[in-house]
Ligand binder design. Structure first.
Ligand code: NAD
Length: 476
């Protein structure tokens, strides 16, 4: 049924390229091969860079209104194909279609937002100190860019990067994750159908990302790399960027604390915790990684949380009722098992869940007693939630900040003063206050410390792809 909808060839210039090697794409749904995908090598990378540079010469000078029109149509087509895209994501990385449809809305929201932003790249004039001078500041697109995307949001991470870069007047090569190339290929097909010129958006899947991307990093025509993925890969790419001094945007992992105070609306706190933890089976960079509950309510809160968690339905992601699908790979499963067994060996107690059937891991809540448990230090990336208790605000801020990550954090409280105090004290790029779903197209998304450099979304996302140029007129 699905095979007809899959596009598996790389998109380079105006060509769908399949006269090269391929790699097998295995579905986490049932472990079966769902397609053979073009396996791009440095040769295709060099070709794509040529095309990207050629297209940039035209695209950078297109009127903003024209970019707006193409991007708007692209967004419309993405929404029209919501079900197909959600099914593709379910097949390639196991996201339940119910959630996949929400991701498609989210993905399209960036395209719409940046269609509008294309028209608002305002420059500036500044009053000079010398009467005969005029100071003008203009913004120009940085040039061809490489966007490297992860598998956990296979559509939204493509559009969040590509739409902002394209709106700025840049050309884009997307290197999707080897686990989820099909969404990106489907999206570039929709770009074509929206009238997007060839070479402005290209997609190069590969089974060897290190080798392919090195070609881009070594080429001085690529002026920016936007990467979303893990911290170790992000750090390695940061080093590689030095050679040709490219700009880099790094959206990396997180270790988000959720802090629940006794004065919080506990039903709301339970709902938001479940959203922030179990969405996408916990495979989100802003997923709650550590839940801190004030001592006096910890038992009550855990009971409520377990009752609500029991409602989540684990199963085939193609089933409309499924809340939690399979983990993306055996490697992810092994990590969850390792973290769980370490926590149990250090006195952790399972309050709910703990079992897996193949890649299908039940949502699991575990009470932690030993702060040395590995689960508190690593990004879990699965439906496993460690719960701890705390006694004072000062103590919990210290615990929450005791990580090298700094992406998202959450506070549940009804005390306004406390909410302001903590928002300031927490060392994270995003603070959700009674809100477990802070992601949206209008706001700056990104982390501090080792969670990354730069921001995506809103007015900040497009600036990443613009150079500032200063024109000094002497009218003497
Ligand atoms: P990953 O780092 O393994 O891979 C990310 C991308 O980098 C993939 O496309 C992969 O093929 C590519 N890659 C891997 N090695 C490379 C290399 N040597 N050179 C160039 N590219 C290379 O991460 P993942 O498992 O795909 O995604 C999960 C990670 O992404 C988590 O850490 C998660 O927190 C993070 N993430 C962050 C955000 C954010 O906005 N901050 C959003 C989603 C995911």
């Amino acid at each position: 049924m699905m095979n007809k909808k899959f596009i598996t060839q790389a998109k380079i210039g105006k060509n769908w390229v399949d006269n090269l090697g391929s790699f097998e794409l295995i579905s986490p749904v049932d472990g079966k091969v769902i397609g053979l995908v073009s396996d791009c090598t440095p040769k295709e990378a060099r070709w794509a860079i040529e095309e990207s540079q050629k297209a940039f010469e035209q695209w950078k000078d297109t009127p903003a209104e024209h970019r707006y029109e193409i991007l708007s149509l692209w967004a419309e087509l993405i929404i029209k194909e919501k079900t197909t895209l959600a099914e593709i994501m379910a097949f390639e990385m196991g996201k339940p279609v119910k959630e996949g449809k929400k991701e498609v809305d989210y993905a399209a929201s960036f395209v719409r937002w940046y269609a509008e932003e294309a028209k608002r790249i305002y420059g500036m004039t500044i009053p000079p100190s010398i009467a005969s001078k005029r100071i003008i500041v203009i913004y120009e697109p940085v040039g061809p860019v490489l966007c490297i995307t992860p598998w956990n949001f296979p559509s939204a991470m493509v559009t969040r990067k590509a739409a902002s870069a394209i709106a700025a007047g840049c050309t884009v090569v997307v290197k999707p994750s080897e686990h989820s190339p099909l969404s990106a290929l489907f999206l570039v097909d929709l770009w074509d159908k929206a009238g997007g010129p060839p070479g402005v958006l290209q997609v190069l899947p590969t089974s060897n990302p290190g080798e392919l991307c090195r070609t881009f990093f070594e080429d001085s025509r690529i002026r920016k790399v936007s990467f979303t993925g893990s911290v170790p890969v992000g750090k390695a790419l940061y080093e590689q960027s030095a050679k040709t001094l490219k700009g880099v945007l790094l959206e990396l992992g997180g270790n988000a604390p959720m802090i629940v105070f006794a004065d919080a609306d506990l039903d709301l706190a339970v709902r938001e915790t479940i959203q922030a933890k179990f969405r996408n089976a916990g495979q989100a960079c802003i997923a709650v990684n550590r839940l801190y509950v004030e001592k006096g309510i910890v038992e009550l809160f855990c009971n409520k949380l377990v009752e609500e968690t029991k409602r989540l339905k684990v199963g085939n992601p193609l089933d409309e009722n499924t809340d939690i699908g399979p983990l993306v790979s055996e490697k992810s499963l092994e990590k969850i098992r390792r973290l769980l067994s370490d926590a149990l060996s250090k006195g952790g107690k399972i309050l709910y869940g703990g079992e897996a059937k193949g890649l299908y891991f039940n949502p699991t809540i575990i009470r932690i007693n030993d702060p040395a448990s590995e689960i508190l230090k690593e990004e879990i990336f699965g439906p496993l939630l460690p719960v701890l208790s705390f006694e004072s605000e000062r103590e919990v801020v210290r615990l929450a900040n005791s990580t090298s990550y700094g992406l998202a954090s959450y506070i549940m409280t009804s005390d306004l003063k406390r909410a302001f105090r903590l928002s300031h004290a927490l060392q994270f790029g995003i603070v959700g206050i009674n809100d477990g779903r802070p992601s949206c197209c209008q706001a700056p998304f990104g982390g501090i410390k080792e969670s990354g450099i730069g921001r995506e979304g809103g007015q900040w996302g497009i600036r990443e792809f613009l150079e500032t140029k200063y024109l000094s007129f002497n009218l003497e």
